[in-house]
Design a protein around this ligand. Structure first.
Ligand code: CO
Length: 210
């Protein structure tokens, strides 16, 4: 009996054949090195695949994903990805991409215990608390959730700017821009939240690292 995951391996062989038909050097060109211009920090949600929704190819985007696209300053996984992307790959843009209807974000709006994940969702509750005046004033729960998604992305972009990794890159005059986006699973469109910034002037001085 064919197992559903066998299909994935078949798809892989088909994909390889298609790439080679278009460009016989496709894999040769990628084998030795990568030179992506973008670091993507997105949600683990299966509906938000970085490459597909941005029309990019293997080699174009360095990717880190976790539940609710968080930048947690004690997360060694995120910090390692960020450090490698900025210091070694020297990406030009870091994009935090949230998505409307994010289960992690919506769960953080409620009080139900979910288990271990509550510890991760706590970071989201902190974002809610920082923005509670704006969020509590939105009557419709769906609209409140959408705005919470956006405010969370904006907060995570600021968290990136607080890291020594990003601040040291700016000090070296490395060309590095931070962006916040929200993807809509309902229509596939990405909204630029307009939080792109490129130096520490945009951060409260308490976060400046000399
Ligand atoms: Co999500």
């Amino acid at each position: 009996m064919e197992k559903s995951y066998d299909k994935l391996l078949e798809n892989n062989k088909k994909w390889v054949a298609e790439q080679l038909a278009m460009d016989p050097n496709f894999f040769n060109n990628l084998a030795d090195t990568q030179n992506p211009a973008y670091l993507w920090i997105g949600c683990s949600d299966s509906r938000v695949p970085a490459n597909q929704i941005t029309g990019t190819k293997p080699g174009d985007v360095f990717v880190h994903r976790n539940i609710a696209n968080m930048v947690v300053h004690s997360d060694m996984n995120m910090l390692s990805v960020l450090s490698y992307a900025v210091e070694v790959l020297q990406v030009k843009h870091i994009i935090v991409c949230g998505h409307y209807g994010c289960g992690g974000v919506l769960a953080a709006m409620h009080n139900k215990q979910l288990g271990l994940i509550d510890n991760w969702l706590r970071h989201l509750k902190d974002v809610y608390r920082i923005n509670y005046k704006e969020l509590d004033a939105i009557d419709k729960i769906e609209d409140r959730g959408r705005r919470f998604v956006e405010l969370n992305v904006i907060e995570q972009v600021f968290h990136l700017g607080k890291t020594s990794i990003v601040q040291n890159a700016w000090k070296r005059n490395q060309n590095l821009h931070l962006h916040g986006w929200a993807y809509d699973v309902k229509d596939g469109l990405i909204k630029d939240l307009g939080v792109n910034f490129k130096n520490t002037d945009d951060l409260h001085s308490v976060y400046h690292l000399d």
